[in-house]
Design a protein around this ligand. Structure first.
Ligand SMILES: [Zn+2]
Length: 147
């Protein structure tokens, strides 16, 4: 599969975006989300697609494919407006949608944050960046209580 870079500095140079990737990349950080295929139960990489549509109201969206696999669409038009630590959190949030699996934003926030914290140090400044990005979209962070 072709690897597509989710790099802020590259956003402006990307025009037609319909490529699939197997890893999210933000600067020097890169990670592949692995989730169970909803039909076979076999863990597999979550496909990723970069789109660039400012009229769409989402940063990223994860959905089930007809073959039971998962696809995360990243909307670079909005992604370029947030700091890189928010983009990295966005990966963990979207990955949680596929891994749990869940449609709940609160669960994706809480599970995603725990996964991010197990991979790296998540500083209060990073939490503040995520909270600010959510507030700019009219949402609290996390979207609901974490149990
Ligand atoms: Zn979500």
């Amino acid at each position: 599969m072709k690897r597509v870079l989710l790099v802020l500095s590259a956003v402006l140079s990307i025009t037609a975006l319909a490529s699939f990737a197997d890893a999210a990349t933000v600067g020097s950080w890169s990670k592949t989300c692995v989730a169970r295929n909803s039909i076979t139960g076999i863990p597999e990489p979550v496909a990723e697609m970069n789109i660039n549509d400012p009229s769409l109201g989402f940063f990223a969206f994860t959905s089930k494919l007809p073959n039971g696999g998962w696809l995360t669409r990243y909307n670079l038009a909005l992604a370029q407006t947030v700091p890189s630590d928010v983009l990295i959190f966005l990966f963990y949030h979207e990955c949680a949608h596929a891994q749990v699996p869940t449609a709940s934003e609160a669960v994706a926030d809480c599970v995603g944050l725990r996964s991010m914290q197990s991979d790296m140090t998540v500083t209060p400044a990073m939490i503040a960046d995520i909270t600010r990005a959510y507030a700019a979209r009219g949402r609290p962070f996390p979207s609901g209580p974490c149990n």
